[in-house]
Design a protein around this ligand. Structure first.
Ligand code: FDA
Length: 497
């Protein structure tokens, strides 16, 4: 309520925010988490909390009247459909040159993502977080993050026989015939549950096309892991459908935080002002960057340094499909949870996840999301005329990613005598180069903050999410975001409280 005072306020309930909340609470600190999205704890009229990718309804998108599916064409036809405007779970946020997909709700990106839980290869870590001690990360914080997140790997024997992973076995065969290392990718999905889905003994989720708009079963999102344990301390409160709009030094010390309460149409219904001794920015790379850039430019937090808003990257995301021969069907039943990838990082700068196309029909397509070593970095800046934050990413900056992905797929196509699909992202368009699932950076560690996420110039303000990471993690990012948050909050609790 307005006028309240909280020791620690956390903006956002994704990975960084959930780690901060749990560890602060365990250290005896009362925590209040503010989340602009919904709680996602109540079934809709169909008895389900989340809707399906095959039948997206109002629950699918954040304040849109038409879906904006990442893969938006099939056989050359657009597949998006009209929906009613609602505070749905997936935000397709448009900037000039890129659409950035993000989760909205209690649990952040963990609600919508594929759960691929990948620790970077150690030899690549120096480029991921140059100022962080790798020994500590690999000895303590990566293992801690993996354990808390509940990371596991598909049983290889089951994988070899499961109909729902035929697409991944085709991916393996093609990768290996071209000499590329094929790797199993760990995931937070409950693999035992998935085996029971395949056996027909439990309600299907991954095997019913659930992904992107939430999983009703099987996936260990933050709601089941960090946030459950944070709540169990009795010291963490969460306010969903509340959006932080301002943070500024308070007269008597601490910070004044202004929060809009919104309804499910996105309209502000109340504005509240609280004070907090400490504020943790965990609104995600885009959310935290937008807030900090605005607060610096408008004078609310004048002492932030000039690194704020810089160093943003897309983790080199680019998508493509390949058209297989008729003797290489990928299966009409596909698990929506990916479990494997092709690692050509060292030689070609690309790590390609063998991704599902869970359409329910045989497509003869192999589909891939590649993470590449794209060197381009963009900057957020305040646009006083529109009162919004812009991002200067250009669509053409994806070309290095396309070139790196081609080091894998040109070779596979040549070996297999196959071609790229041209019908998945438009009419005669091969590359899904208009989007990212993995925004990173904007408040980079040791630049906008000190070596542990303390914002320069304003004691008591911290960044603890993906915005700390300078644009690329070489693999899917959430394990690194979680492990870095564990490292930073441990130091902050030991020295600042
Ligand atoms: P995160 O984005 O998780 O959380 C930020 C939260 O803050 C959100 O809930 C948001 O609503 C809230 N917020 C923002 N602004 C606010 C404000 N002003 N006030 C209040 N609340 C605010 N990664 C991976 O490792 N493996 C994978 O398989 C995938 N797959 C994948 C698929 C899809 C479709 C997406 C969109 C993303 C992925 N990712 C992924 C990426 C992963 O989900 C992402 O990197 C993390 O969720 C980022 O964690 P953060 O803690 O930085 O923020």
């Amino acid at each position: 309520a307005t006028g309240a005072h909280v020791p620690a306020l956390v903006i956002g309930t994704g990975y960084g925010g959930s780690v901060a909340a749990l560890r602060l609470a365990q250290a005896g600190v009362d925590v209040h988490m503010i989340e602009m999205g919904m709680a996602w704890d109540t079934p809709g009229p169909d008895g389900k909390i989340f809707c399906n990718t095959l039948e997206p309804d109002h629950r699918s998108y954040w304040l849109r009247t038409r879906t904006k599916a990442p893969l938006n064409y099939f056989l050359g036809f657009p597949i998006d459909r009209n929906i009613s405007r609602y505070t749905g779970i997936l935000d397709a946020e448009d900037f000039g040159g890129i659409t950035v997909y993000q989760g909205r709700g209690v649990g952040g990106g963990s609600l919508v993502n594929g759960g691929m839980a990948v620790t970077p290869r150690r030899e690549n870590f120096g480029a991921v977080l140059p100022s962080v001690n790798a020994d500590e990360m690999y000895d303590i914080y990566y293992p801690r993050a993996n354990a808390e997140l509940g990371v596991g790997t598909v049983d290889p024997a089951w994988f070899d026989s499961a109909a729902c992973y035929q697409y991944a076995r085709v991916g393996r065969k093609h990768a290996q015939r071209s000499g590329f290392p094929f790797v199993f990718v760990p995931d937070v999905y409950d693999w035992d549950y998935m085996e029971r889905e395949a056996a027909g003994t439990v309600t299907k989720s991954a095997l019913a096309g659930e992904i992107l708009y939430g999983n009703n079963h099987g996936k260990k999102s933050l709601q089941q892991t960090y946030l459950a344990r944070a709540r169990a301390t009795g010291k963490v409160a969460i306010s969903p459908l509340h959006k932080v709009t301002s943070v500024a030094p308070a007269a008597g010390g601490g910070y004044t935080v202004v929060i809009d309460q919104i309804n499910t149409s996105g309209d502000t219904t109340a504005t509240k002002t609280v004070t907090a001794d400490r504020v943790f920015f965990a609104a995600g790379s885009v959310g935290t960057s937008k807030l900090l850039v605005k607060l610096k430019a408008t004078g609310a937090l004048p002492n932030l340094n000039d690194e704020v808003g810089k160093g943003w990257g897309d983790n080199g995301n680019v998508m493509c499909g390949r058209a297989n021969h008729l003797w290489d069907p990928t299966g009409k039943l596909q698990s929506a949870i990916p479990c494997s990838g092709i690692d050509n990082w060292a030689a070609g700068g690309a790590f390609a996840e063998v991704a599902p196309l869970p359409t329910g029909i045989e497509t003869y397509a192999s589909f891939y999301l590649s993470i590449t070593k794209n060197p381009n970095r963009a900057r957020f800046s305040w646009n006083a005329a529109t009162g919004k934050v812009d991002l200067d990413w250009q669509t053409s900056w994806k070309q290095p990613s396309i070139d790196m992905a081609k080091t894998i797929f040109d070779k596979i196509n040549a070996k297999e005598g196959t071609i790229y699909r041209t019908d998945l992202f438009g009419v005669y368009k091969i590359w899904g180069d208009h989007l990212t699932y993995h925004p990173l950076g904007g408040a980079v560690l040791n630049k906008a903050t000190d070596g542990y996420g303390r914002l320069t110039g304003h004691p008591g303000l911290y960044v603890i999410d993906g915005s700390l990471i300078p644009g690329n993690t070489s693999v899917n990012p959430f394990v690194t975001i979680t492990a870095l948050a564990e490292r930073n909050i441990e130091k902050i609790i030991a020295t600042d409280l």
